[in-house]
Design a protein. Structure first.
Length: 536
């Protein structure tokens, strides 16, 4: 007869060796013999998670936490997999329970902090990261994660100390160098240029080093007004990023021609909503959501801070909830926007049910104020679906000078795993993507006249009160003077330029592209040929 204790011993040994297929095999043998052993379900769940078998991981970890609700590490891993399948409401609830349980494992506490970061709960994330650092103060990743959370909370001095400690522990923690460069405005007397310049040639063959060090150098040269050298490092950093992205795409057997894929996506969206006055079905009647959309790096966080300074408005963050809810409702096996049959897969959706499911998915972060802001810039791709599912939701698109928009996207390093930012590795591809965006926004205005308010970034920063009143009027909110003092807004903000949105409005970012005018002539010509007005 099979001895369960012998199998369990081999299971633990395989787990400690990270031999995940072996863990799965042994757990499958043991679970019929010990179906109520929470630890076996947990070990199996982690193995499935490591191998990206997310449905199986979810089942096993749910059962582990049910059988032993007092184990913090069980709850943390369950919360983690919930974020990976984008069940953010459930992840937050499980994380909150985990935070109340005794835990002296820094790995679990760090993972818990990451879960809270994923659900835009930065205060408990900071608490979890602090506990992890206290238990293992010489582990660079924990220091970095704490710094990231402190930036969101607005504690720049403490974040700077953590980033310097992180780099002191491991100077090859490349992301820390870029975070430090972006944390504040660098000056000729106070910068990190010497350290960055010394590291760059030492790691010439390391793509990650070349990405982050070049981008950090670019930001610091820009701050110190050496624009030709800054642009040179932007180009080198983005070129390294494109090489790394192509390696990832090759391993995943993805088409490396991202522009062709993006063009097909935009065309499919326009085909899905072909005519002006597209019929609006009866979606969910809620008036809670305010969607802030637009090209990234155009000031959407500034707009969010102004609106969320109003006492009736809560900033919920960059939620993935609508795209995920729509994906599930469509039943498409492909990512919906990359599916050429978008119209077919969305034809029979119950839009009222979809709107209600979206609203429910945002809880418990929302629901305690009359309105909440969903600030996911790329929701401009989903605007037509939002109108159908949430006909009373407000949608505000922030527009910015086309040249500043393209430069802003090119000079920023987005999440490299996401397929939605592939255009940003090349300056001219960024211009081509802007043309697609501009045409899609014009289409939405024709298809859904009066449903989307387009606001100019330049208006917000040059005529702050007039711009703020326009926003509140559109959202049917009464005027509140707090919207003029958004820099005092205490809520966390998750943006690389967090320090900027905690300062009064400034106009120095208008026409930033003029600093790089010689380097941007090809971009300017591309936009002009495409019918995009470029002001001199």
């Amino acid at each position: 007869m099979t001895d369960p204790s012998d199998i369990y011993a081999r299971l633990v040994a395989a787990f400690n060796q990270h031999a995940w297929p072996r863990v799965q095999q042994l757990a499958a043998q043991l679970l019929p013999l010990t179906p109520h052993d929470a630890a076996v379900h947990f070990l199996a769940g982690v193995a499935h998670l490591e191998m990206q078998h997310l449905p199986s991981a979810l089942d096993c970890l749910r059962e582990a936490t049910r059988l032993d609700p007092h184990r913090a590490d069980f709850a943390v891993q369950y919360a983690k997999v919930l974020t990976l399948v984008r069940q953010m409401r459930e992840a937050r609830l499980v994380a909150d329970r985990a935070l109340t349980l005794p835990c002296d494992d820094p790995f679990s506490l760090d993972t818990l902090g990451v879960v809270y970061t994923q659900v835009n709960a930065h205060e408990p994330a900071t608490a979890a990261f602090r506990r992890a650092v206290a238990l293992m103060p010489k582990h660079a990743p924990y220091r970095f994660n704490l710094a990231y959370s402190l930036i969101a909370m607005g504690d720049a001095p403490a974040a700077e100390r953590e980033l310097e400690t992180c780099i002191g522990l491991d100077h090859r923690y490349w992301t820390a160098h870029l975070s430090l460069a972006q944390l504040r405005r660098q000056t000729p007397a106070n910068n990190h240029l010497q350290r960055l310049r010394s590291l760059l040639p030492r790691y010439a063959g390391n793509l990650a080093a070349q990405i982050y060090l070049n981008m950090a150098l670019a930001r610091e040269y820009e701050d110190t007004a050496d624009y030709p050298r800054a642009f040179e490092h932007f180009v080198h950093g983005k070129s390294a990023g494109r090489s790394a992205r192509r390696q990832t795409m090759s391993r995943a057997s993805m088409d490396p021609d991202s522009m062709k894929r993006d063009e097909a996506m935009f065309e499919a969206l326009i085909r899905t909503f072909p005519a002006a006055g597209t019929a609006i079905t009866q979606g969910d009647p809620t008036t809670e959501p305010i969607f802030v959309i637009g090209m990234p790096r155009t000031g959407t966080t500034l707009l969010e801070r102004i609106l969320s300074s109003h006492p009736e408005v809560h900033p919920a963050g960059e939620l993935q909830d609508f795209p995920v809810t729509l994906q599930h409702a469509s039943g498409s096996r492909l990512p919906l926007l990359f599916d050429p049959e978008i119209a077919t897969h969305t034809r029979d959706i119950d839009w009222s049910q979809l709107g209600a499911a979206y609203l429910s998915s945002t809880r418990p972060s929302t629901g305690h104020t009359a309105r909440f802001i969903d600030k996911l810039p790329h929701n401009f791709l989903y605007a037509g679906f939002i109108v159908k599912a949430l006909p009373k939701a407000k949608i505000i698109c922030l527009r910015r000078d086309p040249m500043d928009t393209c430069l802003g996207n090119f000079r920023h390093l987005f999440e490299q795993e996401s397929p939605y930012y592939d255009y940003s590795f090349d300056l001219l591809d960024t211009g081509r993507y802007y043309v697609l965006f501009d045409r899609l926004m014009a289409h939405w205005q024709r298809a859904f006249p009066g449903r989307i308010l387009e606001v100019r970034y330049e208006t917000l920063v040059t005529s702050q009160e007039a711009g703020s009143r326009q926003l509140l009027d559109f959202c049917e909110l009464p005027w509140d003077d707090a919207c003029l003092d958004f820099e005092h807004n205490p809520t966390p903000v998750n943006t690389p330029s967090a320090w900027q949105v905690r300062t009064p409005i400034y106009q120095s970012a208008i026409k930033r592209w003029k600093r790089y005018e010689p380097q941007l002539r090809e971009l300017q010509a591309l936009l002009t040929r495409s019918g995009i007005a470029v002001a001199s």
